[in-house]
Design a protein around this ligand. Sequence first.
Ligand SMILES: [Zn+2]
Length: 316
Amino acid sequence: MKKIFASVLVSLAFGLLLSAALWAQSPQNEGSPRQENFFAELMRIQYLMNSGLPYPPLCTPDEDIVEEESLPERTEVITYTVQHGDTVWSIARKFGLDVNTLRWANPAIERNPDRLSTKQVLVIPPVRGVYYTVKKGDTVRRIAKKFGVSPQAIESFPGNHLELPFDLEPGQKLMVPGGRLHLYRPPRPTPVPGYKFMWPAIGPITQGYWSGHRAIDIGLPYGSPVYASRAGRVVYLGWEKSGYGYLLILQHPDGMRTYYAHLSSYWVHKGDRVRQGQLIGSSGSTGNSSGPHLHFEIRKGHYVHLNPLDYLPPRK
Ligand SMILES: [Zn+2]
């Protein structure tokens, strides 16, 4: 009963806040610093509600508003519950972060961030970088070195609440602002004399060419580089709804085409001419895909599927 009362109270308060925010949005108030503050506050409360943390006071005295403007950006980690239609990109953008920051902070999506489920709860670090769990024997210096930042970047980050002599406890969480996790990069493929096509990426063949799958699947860690198998022109680039996910098609001079599917991003534009071996995209798991891999096809024209293994150099 107490719980119901509390949630009714919160909904009421939230409604009040929302109408106040709408009022603040009306044209005559446009661009006022107070309005921006109001929205920031609204967002903060929304996040706090999602995170299950105690709610901040709903009324902010005027003098506090002035002070808040000089405060730094968010310094604490929050959580976010995935909503229908969210992607890891839209969430990253919403919080001013990048996809890698979200991946590194959320082991459940690190390998395959294209698979978000509704109601999934994500950890949202306050800034770009690595959200790290201290291990036995770690020091600030060692962690800084590991992620390519200065020790001061970790020590001075307000959300870390570190004080001299910066002793760390195993299990303690630290934000490493600007830190980067070393990512495995598969070996880079190269053209082989006597072959028109080269491997677009090097990895295990997770599915071969057969009547139900006129392509080969190359297993790759998420975000691995994908290279043009042959020189050509980008004739298709975009979401393909039949299951390819993000698809890129190259047209080659003799009427041959290569297809690169389930990509997570592209490095070229439609109409671009690309060299053989040029970086064209990054592997992903978009569309009908069970895990990060490159679905690679070679076709003659639009409709004649060819077995890529008949055209690619032998694997070493
Ligand atoms: Zn496939």
